[in-house]
Design a protein around this ligand. Structure first.
Ligand code: SAM
Ligand code: SF4
Length: 349
């Protein structure tokens, strides 16, 4: 069978196969245990760093079906993936999302299911997410100020998102709030957002802006990188303590002594964490990415729709994992289009 493999220039010299207890490792010896699955590219917000106002979404037939996603989760689990995160687009605008979450959480081998959401529709699902035993929720909220929230998301949904935040806090589900730090937009809010962790137990994470905005603006460099974000937080909290980074995590964690929550910084533009990267991504249109910054290395949707068996799909994924880029800088060097033309809503973040 001819596999619809997309071009990837990285070469492999090591090979590893997964078994029940040993996950697949890549050509640099990194275990692959984490799958991020973008269940749709559609969204009910229009965040300025993610997509243009007139974003053109994929036709439904270009999206993976729930059955196709389940096959890919099962194949990934057999290869050693233990953690799955559903993302998008906005996962909760996809019909049947709760059914998909339950099925993934019951899949043999999958130990943790997580979700990243913008919070517009999330509140109503919090009790069910809790019952399911979801491992964590990442809630995107770039400001706790209603006016700034509107400027950044172009939609009047602050009250709904704030309600989801409060429901999630009350539920006790481990919660991270993600804020993309954008020069000239929400940098004045950073300390106010940190201050929320004084009494509330969640992780307030600041993300460097990355160049995936659906072509709205080029992003050759950023002013607010992780060093500047950290310096501004340290200036407000001279006693800030470094907690560190947990295994394979992208966030460097800090805490203010005696505060209930934590503060995290994610160097998504600077890419300081690639050496421990354990993740693969499946985009909303069913493309496998072994690095956020690559162009996509395998058309999984075409492979599934060509009648491939699970074994063939598994072999194809394992082969791509043997040809990963060393890091996001190398991956970006090999991409032929500007990353800024892609929207994070299709990739899944
Ligand atoms: N719609 C959901 C949400 O916003 O949480 C899930 C999808 S969103 C693409 C996933 C994450 O990517 C969010 O935390 C969002 O803030 C982040 N993101 C989107 N575009 C980004 C960009 N250009 N740079 C950095 N992070 C970005
Ligand atoms: Fe939608 Fe999330 Fe992108 Fe914002 S970041 S436009 S909520 S997909």
């Amino acid at each position: 069978m001819q596999l619809p493999v997309l071009p990837s220039p990285a070469s492999s010299n090591k090979h590893s196969t997964a078994s029940a207890n040993t996950p697949l490792t890549d050509n640099y010896g990194r275990p692959i245990t984490y799958l991020r699955l973008a269940v749709t590219d559609r969204c009910n917000l229009r965040c300025v760093y993610c997509m243009p106002e007139n974003m053109r979404f994929l036709p439904t037939k270009e999206l993976l079906t729930n059955e196709e996603m389940m096959r890919l989760v099962e194949v990934s689990a057999a290869l050693g993936v233990r953690k799955v995160r559903l993302t998008g687009g906005e996962p909760f605008v996809r019909q049947g999302i709760m059914d998909l979450l339950w099925r993934i959480s019951e899949t043999k081998g999958i130990e943790e299911v997580h979700i990243t959401t913008n919070g517009v529709l999330t509140a109503q699902y919090v009790p069910e997410l809790k019952r399911m035993g979801i491992a964590s929720v990442n809630l995107s909220m770039d400001s706790f100020d209603a006016g700034r929230f509107f400027e950044l998301t172009r939609r009047n949904e602050f009250a709904a998102v704030q309600n989801s935040f409060e429901m999630l806090i009350e539920s006790g589900i481990p919660l991270s709030v993600n804020a993309v730090v954008m020069e000239g937009n929400n940098t004045d809010d950073v300390i106010a957002m940190c201050e929320k962790t004084r009494t509330q137990n969640f992780t307030m994470r600041f993300i460097e802006e990355m160049p995936f905005n659906g072509g709205t603006h080029e992003l050759p460099t950023i002013v607010w990188d992780y060093k500047k974000i950290l310096a501004s937080i340290q200036a407000a909290y001279p006693n800030l303590e470094r907690v560190g980074r947990s295994n394979h995590a992208t966030a460097e964690l800090y805490r203010v002594p005696d505060y209930a929550g934590q503060i995290g910084i994610i160097a998504g533009f600077s890419r300081t964490f690639c050496g421990a990267c354990n993740r693969i991504r499946i985009t909303a249109k069913g493309t496998l990415k072994t690095c956020l910054y690559d162009n996509g290395v395998l058309d999984l949707k075409a492979l599934l729709r060509s009648g491939a068996s699970n074994e063939e799909v598994s072999t194809a994924i394992a082969d791509c994992v043997q040809h990963r880029f060393r890091d996001g800088i190398e991956a970006e060097r090999h991409t032929h289009t500007s990353a800024a033309f892609d929207s994070m809503s299709e990739i899944g973040g």
